[in-house]
Design a protein around this ligand. Structure first.
Ligand code: CTP
Ligand code: MG
Length: 166
C-alpha cells in the first residue's frame, strides 16, 4: 500500500499554487474543490507514490523478496493516482455538503485514499486486488490507515506543513 500512502503527505509538503478547480465555484456557490487541491500537489504526490513503487519493484527483484506484494508498473501507478483521485472526489463531495477546506469529515478524510486506490485497481487491474488483498490484509489496511493518517497529519501540523492536525 506504500504507493497509495505516500502521495498525500508529499502533496501536503510540496503542494500549493494553482488550484485544480482554478478557483471556480460550483452552481451551489461553493468552491468546486477548494484551495486544498492543487496541480502541484497532485503532480508531485503521484510522482512520489510511483517512485516509491519503483523502489519496491527494484528491491523485490534485487533481493528476491517474494513475500512483498508483486507490484507492476500498472499496479503502482493505479495505487498512487487512485489515492489522490479519491482525495479529490472526497473534497468535491465535502464542498457539496458545505464543509470548508480543512474542516473535519471523519471516515471520509481517512479512507478516501484507500477507496480511490481500490476503485482504480478494480477498474483497471482487478486481478491484482484479488491476488494480493486477502481478507487479513484488508483488515490490516482498515486498521492501519486511520492510525497512520492521524500520526502523519499531527507530524505535518507540528512542522507547519498542515494547517490542522487531522
Ligand atoms: N494538497 C495539494 N494538492 C492536492 C492534495 C493536497 O496541494 N491534490 C495540499 C494542500 O496544501 C492541502 C494539504 O495538502 O491543504 C492537505 O491535504 P488535505 O488534508 O487533503 O486537504 P485539506 O486542506 O484538508 O482540504 P479538504 O477539506 O478539501 O480535504
Ligand atoms: Mg483534510
Amino acid at each position: 500500500m506504500l504507493p497509495a500512502y505516500v502521495p498525500n503527505p508529499i502533496a501536503a509538503l510540496l503542494g500549493g499554487g494553482t488550484p485544480i478547480d482554478f478557483g471556480k465555484n460550483s452552481p451551489d456557490r461553493r468552491r468546486i474543490l477548494g484551495d486544498g487541491k492543487t496541480y502541484r500537489g497532485l503532480f508531485f504526490g503521484v510522482l512520489a507514490g510511483i517512485s516509491t513503487g519503483l523502489v519496491q519493484i527494484w528491491l523485490s527483484g534485487m533481493y528476491g523478496l517474494s513475500s512483498l506484494p508483486l507490484h507492476t508498473y500498472l499496479s503502482i501507478t493505479l495505487l498512487a493516482s487512485g489515492a489522490l483521485v479519491g482525495d479529490i472526489c472526497k473534497s468535491y463531495i465535502k464542498r457539496r455538503l458545505g464543509k470548508e477546506r480543512g474542516e473535519k469529515w471523519p471516515i471520509a478524510d481517512q479512507y478516501d485514499l484507500v477507496a480511490g486506490a481500490f476503485v482504480l485497481m478494480l477498474l483497471f487491474d482487478p486481478a491484482w486486488i484479488f491476488t494480493n488483498i486477502t481478507i487479513p490484509i484488508l483488515i490490516s489496511i482498515l486498521i492501519l490507515t486511520p492510525i497512520l493518517h492521524r500520526a502523519v497529519n499531527m507530524f505535518g501540523y507540528l512542522i507547519g506543513v498542515k494547517e490542522v492536525p487531522w
